[in-house]
Ligand binder design. Structure first.
Ligand code: NAD
Length: 360
């Protein structure tokens, strides 16, 4: 465990500040329980930063991120800024942070809560017990490969992109996958399209080589089309799924949708030096300021920070169990409410979770 952690707090827009308040309260309870000191410094990002400075990612904010051990991020965006040119919009602030901090790995857990099985589009018997992690390579692959473009050839337009992975890029994400699997159920599924793409054939080869150092972890290779199907048919069989940028973009959304609510899904993006934690949902302008946002995705993002950056896995488990208990007792924010359960506000849900953390 680290004795102290410097955290850059970027609440952003819409429900961002409301759910961030919840996460910080939970972290204060963790600080009291475990004696870890947090140094929170808040900065502007997104629309809030545009309003103050004209820039969605002011220099000062980026500097603070680079001086911190971890960054906690709420959400950005809203109608007010929708008509700005693309490079001036709030979302650009988020993309620039990811690029500037070289966050090469995106972690998206998807877990089925027993109390919420009915929110899943799948049958209870298929979704019950699902607990998987999609690890997506975030800074390489077809989204960044050169050459790329649209041009005229033989009298018509042609569009093209380049899917490219260097060995070192595959190695570092592969290593991370096996390391993460070691603290879970020790199984990695590497997803590619090696039957068609050379870049995938190399991906498969390098992941197999990296596996030589992790004999205690099971490795399986799977084509991406098959993976998309198996995620629906037998999601319980997956533990850590590791894949490239584009396949990961699609598979992580599919995995997220398996379990139901957007308000429950945390994420982490990590690099060699920096780590960034955020819920996967947006700024939900339709419910902003009403005090009804689900704080769980943000709180679970803070739990991921405790585990990965602060090396305090016990505290992360405490938070996850507290969320489980709150749901088991029937507490629900509006987005996950169903008849027969207790509808609570953002603040009330946060308090229930904190009480369970204190009691455990
Ligand atoms: P969204 O995720 O903000 O909202 C989609 C729906 O889910 C809405 O009905 C919303 O009320 C609900 N929802 C989302 N999170 C919730 C929560 N924690 N509790 C309860 N309900 C929740 O997606 P959107 O509506 O497409 O986008 C809204 C804005 O957010 C846009 O400006 C978009 O660009 C931005 N956005 C930002 C991020 C980010 O900051 N990472 C991600 C996606 C979208």
């Amino acid at each position: 465990m680290k004795k102290s952690c410097k955290i850059a707090v970027l609440p952003g827009d819409g429900i961002g500040p409301e759910i961030m308040k919840s996460a910080l309260k939970v972290l204060e309870a963790i600080s009291e329980k475990y004696g870890i000191q947090f140094e929170f410094k808040e900065a502007l990002v997104g629309g809030a930063a545009i309003d103050e400075t004209g820039d969605p990612l002011p220099e000062e904010t980026l500097k603070l991120c680079k001086e911190s051990d971890a960054i906690l991020f709420g959400a950005v965006g809203g109608e007010k800024w929708d008509n700005l040119p693309t490079d001036k919009r709030p979302e650009k602030g988020l993309l620039r942070i990811r690029k500037e901090l070289d966050l090469f790995a995106n972690l998206r857990p998807a877990k089925a809560y027993n109390a919420l099985l009915d929110s899943s589009p799948l049958k209870n018997s298929i979704i019950k017990g699902v607990d998987l992690l999609v690890l997506r390579e975030l800074t390489g692959g077809i989204y960044f490969g050169e050459p790329r473009g649209i041009e005229e050839k033989n009298g018509e337009r042609v569009g093209y992109n380049t899917m490219i992975y260097y060995e070192h890029e595959i190695k570092r994400i592969g290593k991370l996958a096996f390391e993460l699997a070691r603290s879970r159920r020790k199984k990695v599924t590497s997803v590619d399209k090696a039957n068609v793409l050379e870049v995938s054939a190399l991906w498969r080869e390098v992941i197999t080589e990296v596996h030589n150092d992790y004999a205690d972890v099971e490795l399986e290779h799977m084509y991406v089309d098959n993976c998309a199907m198996q995620l629906i048919r037998r999601p319980k069989d997956f533990d850590v799924i590791v894949t490239g940028n584009m396949f990961g973009d699609i598979i992580s959304d599919e995995a997220g949708a398996l379990t139901g609510s957007l308000g429950m899904l945390p994420s982490a993006s990590i690099g060699e030096r920096y780590a960034f934690y955020e819920p996967i949902h947006g700024s939900a302008p339709d419910i902003a300021g009403k005090g009804i946002a689900n704080p769980v995705a943000m709180i679970l993002s803070a739990a991921m920070m405790l585990e990965i950056t602060c090396k305090l896995p016990e505290a992360a488990r405490d938070i996850e169990e507290a969320v489980d208990k709150a749901l088991e007792e029937g507490y629900r924010t509006t987005d996950i409410w169903s008849p027969g359960t207790k509808k609570v506000s953002t603040e009330e849900m946060t308090e229930v979770i904190i009480n369970h953390i204190k009691q455990s």
